[in-house]
Design a protein around this ligand. Structure first.
Ligand SMILES: C[S@@+](CC[C@H](N)C(=O)[O-])C[C@H]1O[C@@H](n2cnc3c(N)ncnc32)[C@H](O)[C@@H]1O
Length: 270
């Protein structure tokens, strides 16, 4: 069973240590699935094990990424000019600022990740254009991330902000209170702000959920959740249609289902 509160899960093992080549790393597993080059044997082995049970996982990774970019487009089209990408991952083009700026050229974007190596990549590759920056922050300490965002003059919480949490909250165990983390960010947001979440679903094929237990006690350990649990993260937001559904349904009605199910949802703070 993958529910993250089960099994040994020390926070230390589950926080990326940049100089530990033996530690499975969620950003690098994902980078491999997206066709990137920033991954090691241990990450590729886990991804290949997952792929042997669900070869369509690479496609799902791209569906998930496309869902995030669609959420950014929707927020930008609604006039939002500030974006915070929490758990931004290793840069994968197009990135949030590129998509947002096609619609809103003055968009300001902050990329946040807790992995020092991911952060270094984001800092080097993304934080070049004006009004784009990268911060090192752990969403399990939301007040620290919010303080950093406030100290950084890029984000003005008096104006609407779009927050993306794509493929990130399922790395936060129940014992680490993910709903309180989302609420801490929500309480800072002005009316009209957007929240987009991509979250691994307990409706995924049981065989896949079993394979994922191989990530336990590493930074790739997951706590997949039900649709109702994912919807609960949107307390205080109005859910946009079609609600909490597999990410494919946000993109195109004809896209195939996948054995690993990634739920996507977008909310607007009234
Ligand atoms: C699967 S990747 C997703 C990347 C990106 N959001 C996307 O959808 O393409 C998950 C990312 O979340 C980051 N992450 C996981 N837990 C985190 C935490 N507690 N605080 C900040 N970042 C976290 C990982 O380092 C990794 O880069």
């Amino acid at each position: 069973m993958v529910e993250g509160t089960k099994g040994p899960a020390s926070e230390n093992n589950r926080t990326p240590q940049p100089f530990n080549p033996g530690q499975l790393n969620s950003a690098k597993v994902y980078d491999y699935l997206l066709g990137g080059k920033d991954n090691r044997e241990i990450d590729r082995d886990m991804a290949d094990e997952m792929l042997s049970h669900a070869p369509e996982l690479k496609t799902l990774a791209w569906f998930t990424r496309s869902f995030m970019l669609k959420a950014v487009e929707m927020a930008a089209a609604a006039g939002i000019r500030q974006f915070v990408d929490l758990g931004s991952g290793i840069p994968s083009s197009p990135n949030v600022h590129e998509v947002a700026r096609k619609i809103e050229p003055s968009a300001r974007v902050v990329y946040v990740d807790y992995d020092p190596v991911v952060h270094a990549h984001c800092d080097a590759l993304l934080a070049k254009p004006r009004d784009v920056t990268a911060l090192l922050g752990d969403i399990r300490r939301p007040d620290d991330v919010i303080d950093q965002l406030k100290n950084h003059t890029l984000i003005d919480f008096n104006e609407p902000v779009a927050i993306t949490l794509i493929g990130v909250l399922h790395y936060v165990m129940d014992s680490e209170h993910p709903a309180e983390i989302v609420a801490a960010f929500r309480d800072q947001l002005a009316p009209g702000s957007y929240l987009a979440i991509g979250h691994g679903s307990l409706d995924s094929d049981p065989e896949i959920l079993e394979v994922l237990t191989g990530t336990n006690d590493s930074s790739a350990q997951v706590a997949f959740r039900s649709t109702a649990q994912t919807e609960a993260f949107f307390a205080g937001f109005e859910l946009l249609e079609p609600g909490v559904v597999p990410v494919q349904q946000w993109l195109h009605p004809d896209l195939p289902e996948t054995r690993m199910v990634m739920l996507g949802a977008i909310g607007r703070k009234p």
